[in-house]
Structures are given as structure tokens and as C-alpha cells.
Design a protein around this ligand. Structure first.
Ligand code: SAM
Ligand code: SF4
Length: 447
């Protein structure tokens, strides 16, 4: 009988991509990947440590599965990903029912780790080697929640930017880019397998191919734009998205490429973090609010229908009412269509965690709520502007609330709900006339 593995993923798309690669490696070795943790012989938690809450959630869950091990003593429990790298062997001491911890640079060693645990039943920690593995994790196992026509491709790993609040450079190591041909070959294989939309991943994805230089390149340089040109040529691929670009890497070359390449989607996730220059400096973000707006402006000129999303941190140490107002103003000026608004969470070992002037939790909560409300109003107003327009929608399948209706997304990342006809297929592009809009969804009819 095949050994059954359940993998739970926490955190970002990069972790989801790692999970697919881990699952792929295990499937190739004859393991069976299952959706039910109760049916599994091996439980793997692929964790995140960007915020304290993410760590707490994973530790809580791993604590709960102790009772499963009591019922099934042969059960193997493993912890992987950023939190594993961050807390290391301490996890095995605090959670003695866990069998192994594998850090971010050692994920490819999972099969041999499992084999050795199955042989010897001892605890193992593999944490050395901060450098991320790029090539040996190329498989794309289709998890039960993976959409058949969409795929993530990791193009860079690690990060060299050292924003003062962020743990990523410490747990994921220095930035490394893949070779352009390697990425293009992966995208071609995916397109041949029916993938229609790829999402390129990297902590600072637009720094692809720059050799880890922390100085943004001159305006006429962007190896990332060269990559987009090559990917744009692939037959069968309809859409290219990417996340997350650091604002300063939007050179004119990249912006022009985005404006001319028809498969590159007109939706950008452009992390702002704060609208206050004083706080941006303390965050070690190397742009000002003015520079950020200049980039937004250039992108809008190149793609008039572009939509923006962003990451904001409220309650960074020392954030005053005035700083917060500057963030509110920036959000209004840019007019985001989506935003992830995070309450600052001190991460041990980062410079910001040592700043004494921490903001009270209630104030972080209040600022968070204000931004969320204003964001919703902004999105609702933008969505109304779509009424009467005809949108090209990549079909995803039956909508979550009502399976008689289907949904899909525009290139600008708007969810569109419509009634399918007998020819409607998942993964195809259709034209939909928008007739109604809420702050979350556009509703329309097929034309
Ligand atoms: N590399 C991406 C970038 O710079 O845009 C972001 C990657 S990070 C995993 C995702 C987001 O988490 C960041 O943009 C930031 O807003 C948020 N974040 C990181 N560290 C944080 C912290 N200590 N507290 C709260 N939010 C944090
Ligand atoms: Fe963290 Fe900054 Fe790197 Fe993003 S760019 S991963 S926020 S250090």
C-alpha cells in the first residue's frame, strides 16, 4: 500500500509553489498525496514566519495533531518552510511529537529525510545551507485546489533588500535568479499541459537576472523585461502575471515591455508599505512617496486600464497620526483595487523589532479598519465604471456561491460572474458584457 501524505500550506504563493514541488517529488517516489489529514501516514506543515500570527497558527495546529499521533503511533509529523528555518531545532524540543524540521534551503532533501525516518524513527533537523534550491524542484504537482490552467513559476528566490521589519532575507537567504532559458522551458511545458496563465514569483521579482545588486538598474536595463518578451512568445499561453515587484525596479524598459506585450496582464501588485517618507526611510524602503507616484503615473500612461494592488503595514514603530494620514492620502491618490493591510508584527532579529517606540495594538487595529473601509469604497467606485463595458474573461468554472453561474477574471484581476452556455469551457477566454457591480464582483452576460 502506498504511504499517504497530507501537506498543509501557510503563507504566500511562494509557499504554495514549494508545496506543489514537494508533492511532486514525493509522488515521483511513490507516495500518495491526500486531502484528508485523518487518512494520512505523514503530515507535513509548510509554514510561514513573516508575521507572528502565521507562526502562532501553525504551532497551534501542530499542537492539535498530537492527539492523532496518540491514535496512530506510526504517524510522521514534519515542519518545513520559513518557520522551520526560523525556529529550527527549538521546534523539535517544544513539539516533541514532531519528527522532522526542514529549512527553506533543504526542501529537496525531503524524500531522503522521510526514508531515513521511516527506517530509524528518530527526530531530524535539516537547517544548514541558506541558499535556496532552484532547479531540483521543478515539478508541478496539481494539488486539489490548483486550477488546471494556472501555474506558479518561481523565478527568483530569497531577498537582498533587508526592509527593516522583514524576516524574509534571514529565513530565505540571499536572492538568486534562475536562468532565463530554464524559466522559459518550464513555461513551455506548462503551456503544453494546458496551463493558460502563469504567475511569476519572487520576493523582488523585477530584480530577476540582476545578480542580486541592491541598486536598482538604469532605465534601459531590465532582464525581467527580457524574460517577459520570451514568455510572451509561447503558444497556448494567454496570460502572464507576476508578484511582487519592488517599486524601484520599474525601469522605463520594463514599463514599455508591459505596455507592448499583449499577454502581460494590466494589474500590478506594487507594495507601498507606507505613504510617509519618514516611515519609508525607517523601513529601509528605498523610494519616496513621490517616486512611487511617478512610477504609478508611468504605468498608467503605458496601460490606461491598469489596476493596482498593494501591501501596507500599519503601526510600524513610531508611526504617528501624521504618518498614518500620509498613507491614507497615498491610498486615495493611487486608488487601489485591492490591498493587503497588515498590522506591524515585530520579528525577532530584524532591526525594527529593536525600536522602542512600538505602536499600541488597539491603534494598529483602528488604523487597519479605517484603511479597509476606504479601500472598499474605492473598489466599489472603480467597479461601477466597468458597467456597460465588454471584458475578456479567463473562465475558471462554477462560482463558489451558485454553481449555475460561472466565474473568471479579467486581465485587470476583477472577478466576473456570468451564466455559461453549452460551449463555455474552463481555461478559455470569453467576452462578457458587465451589467452590475459590487465592491467585490462584476456581474455580466456572455456575448
Ligand atoms: N517581497 C515582497 C515585497 O517587498 O513586496 C513582500 C513579501 S512579504 C512576505 C509580504 C508582505 O508582508 C510585505 O509586503 C509586508 O507588507 C508584510 N510584512 C512583512 N514583514 C512584516 C511584519 N513584520 N509585520 C507586518 N507585515 C509584514
Ligand atoms: Fe521582505 Fe523587503 Fe525583501 Fe519584500 S523586499 S521580502 S518586504 S525584505
Amino acid at each position: 500500500m502506498r504511504v499517504k501524505v497530507f501537506i498543509k500550506t501557510y503563507g504566500c504563493q511562494m509557499n504554495e509553489r514549494d508545496t506543489e514541488a514537494i508533492a511532486g517529488m514525493l509522488a515521483q517516489q511513490g507516495y500518495s498525496i491526500v486531502d484528508d489529514e485523518n487518512a494520512a501516514d505523514i503530515l507535513i506543515f509548510n509554514t510561514c514566519s513573516v508575521r507572528e500570527q502565521a507562526e502562532r497558527k501553525a504551532i497551534g495546529k501542530i499542537g492539535i495533531v498530537k492527539k492523532l499521533k496518540k491514535l496512530k503511533p506510526h504517524l510522521i509529523i514534519g515542519i518545513m518552510g520559513c518557520m522551520a528555518q526560523n525556529l529550527g531545532e527549538k521546534l523539535l524540543q517544544d513539539l516533541p511529537h514532531a519528527d522532522f524540521v526542514i529549512g527553506t534551503g533543504q526542501l529537496h532533501k525531503l524524500p531522503e529525510t522521510l526514508a531515513s525516518i521511516l527506517d530509524e524513527r528518530r527526530q531530524l533537523a535539516l537547517l544548514t545551507g541558506g541558499k535556496e534550491v532552484l532547479t531540483s524542484m521543478g515539478t508541478h504537482y496539481r494539488m486539489s485546489n490548483t486550477k488546471a490552467y494556472q501555474a506558479y513559476i518561481a523565478v527568483t528566490r530569497g531577498c537582498n533588500r533587508f526592509c527593516s521589519y522583514c524576516i524574509v532575507p534571514y529565513v530565505r537567504g540571499r536572492e538568486v535568479s534562475r536562468e532565463i532559458d530554464d524559466v522559459v522551458a518550464e513555461a513551455k511545458t506548462l503551456a503544453a499541459d494546458g496551463v493558460r496563465e502563469i504567475m511569476l514569483l519572487g520576493q523582488n521579482v523585477a530584480a530577476f537576472g540582476l545578480g542580486g545588486d541592491t541598486n536598482p538598474p538604469p532605465e534601459n536595463i531590465s532582464p525581467f523585461a527580457d524574460l517577459l518578451f520570451e514568455l510572451n512568445k509561447i503558444d497556448g499561453l494567454y496570460r502572464i502575471r507576476f508578484v511582487s515587484p519592488y517599486p524601484s525596479y520599474f525601469t522605463d524598459k520594463l514599463i514599455n515591455a508591459m505596455g507592448t506585450l499583449e499577454k502581460v496582464c494590466h494589474n500590478i501588485h506594487l507594495p507601498l508599505q507606507s505613504g510617509s517618507d519618514r516611515i519609508l526611510k525607517k523601513m529601509n524602503r528605498q523610494y519616496t512617496a513621490e517616486k512611487y507616484l511617478e512610477i504609478v503615473d508611468k504605468l498608467r500612461k503605458a496601460m490606461p486600464d491598469i489596476t493596482f494592488s498593494t501591501d501596507i503595514i500599519v503601526g510600524f514603530p513610531g508611526e504617528t497620526d501624521e504618518d498614518f494620514e500620509a498613507t491614507r492620502m497615498m491610498m486615495k491618490k493611487v486608488g487601489y483595487d485591492n490591498a493587503f493591510i497588515f498590522k506591524y508584527s515585530p520579528r525577532q532579529g530584524t532591526p525594527a523589532a529593536k525600536i522602542p517606540d512600538q505602536v499600541a495594538q488597539e491603534l494598529k487595529e483602528k488604523r487597519n479598519q479605517i484603511l479597509l473601509k476606504e479601500l472598499q469604497d474605492c473598489t466599489a467606485a472603480h467597479n461601477k465604471n466597468y458597467i456597460g463595458s465588454i471584458q475578456e474573461v479567463l473562465v475558471e468554472g462554477p462560482s463558489r456561491r451558485n454553481d449555475k453561474r460561472w466565474s473568471g477574471k479579467t486581465g485587470t484581476f476583477k472577478v466576473v460572474v456570468f451564466e455559461p452556455d453549452k460551449n463555455t469551457r474552463k481555461g478559455e477566454l470569453v467576452k462578457v458584457e458587465i451589467i452590475r457591480a459590487t465592491s467585490a464582483t462584476l456581474f455580466g452576460k456572455l456575448i
